[in-house]
Design a protein around this ligand. Structure first.
Ligand SMILES: O=C(O)CCC(=O)C(=O)O
Ligand SMILES: [Fe+2]
Length: 243
């Protein structure tokens, strides 16, 4: 059952925004295989392994690209091909010009005793498009799949509407129901088996998603590039952020 779901992810070798949008609309996620040069992936993997080791084998994340010198993750957010692809996907799916903003970048390194608390937290992202590149996947224990319930909601017209969606999801009852569905291997939750170096694209804002946990002795590392906050201009959001 789960194997057939993996095959539902359409894999592209050369990215084309229209084809990717069709695949995301149909399957909830699209994949661009061999997106990262193997030598670049290798350097990023070493960076993650060293960072986790220096952190006592425990979870850490890097926000922004400030600490990622020497890895492809430093330059990717300004790479014209990558930026062009993300803008193209945004424009074809939303039907409006992509905002002139950068990415909200996070490199997550799941390992150690904190792996569990940083897993199975089902959520919507604050940004329309999520680009995800697995750097390292666990070599033992759980596979560390990405779990998705695709395109559950629309882009809300107001930040208040967005907040209500988030409150309805981010509470112990809803999380318990979703974790129960996951434990029972419900077909409602799709498993995406992640391959390091492949680029995955989905609508993080509209998709309920999370990651499987990983063995404390293993490492599960993903690079995330979040693009386009639909409520960036919201007065309510600005007010709540300030206080
Ligand atoms: O690490 C993953 O696979 C997903 C992480 C995620 O959804 C997020 O950081 O917003
Ligand atoms: Fe997310």
């Amino acid at each position: 059952m789960q194997e057939s779901m993996h095959h539902a992810v359409h894999r592209f070798s050369s990215p084309d925004a229209s084809a990717i949008v069709s695949a995301i609309d149909r399957d909830g996620i699209a994949a661009v295989e061999n997106f990262v040069d193997p030598a670049d992936l290798d350097v990023a993997q070493q960076f993650v392994r060293q960072s986790v080791a220096a952190n006592g084998g425990n979870y850490l994340d890097f926000k922004g690209s400030g600490q990622l010198d020497g890895t492809f993750l430093k330059s990717l957010p300004s790479d014209p091909g990558f930026v062009g692809l993300c803008h193209g996907i945004y424009e074809k799916s939303i039907g409006a010009p992509a905002p002139d903003t950068g990415f909200y970048q996070v490199l997550r390194c799941l390992s150690g005793s904190l792996a569990r608390s940083n897993s199975l937290n089902f959520h919507y992202d604050s940004y329309v498009l999520t680009a995800l590149i697995p750097i390292i996947m666990p070599d033992r224990g759980k596979r560390g799949d990405l779990l998705i319930i695709p395109n559950v909601r629309r882009v809300r017209s107001s930040y208040a509407g967005n907040m209500i969606d988030k409150i309805l999801l981010d509470n112990p009852l809803s999380q318990g129901v979703l974790r129960g569905l996951y434990a029972r291997k419900s077909g409602l939750i799709r498993h995406v088996r992640l391959v390091p170096g492949t680029l995955y694209l989905f609508y993080g804002y509209r998709t309920i998603h999370t990651n499987e946990t990983c063995d404390p002795e293993a490492i599960r590392s993903t690079a995330l590039f979040h693009f386009a906050d639909p409520h960036a201009e919201s007065g309510l959001k600005t007010l709540l952020r300030r206080h």
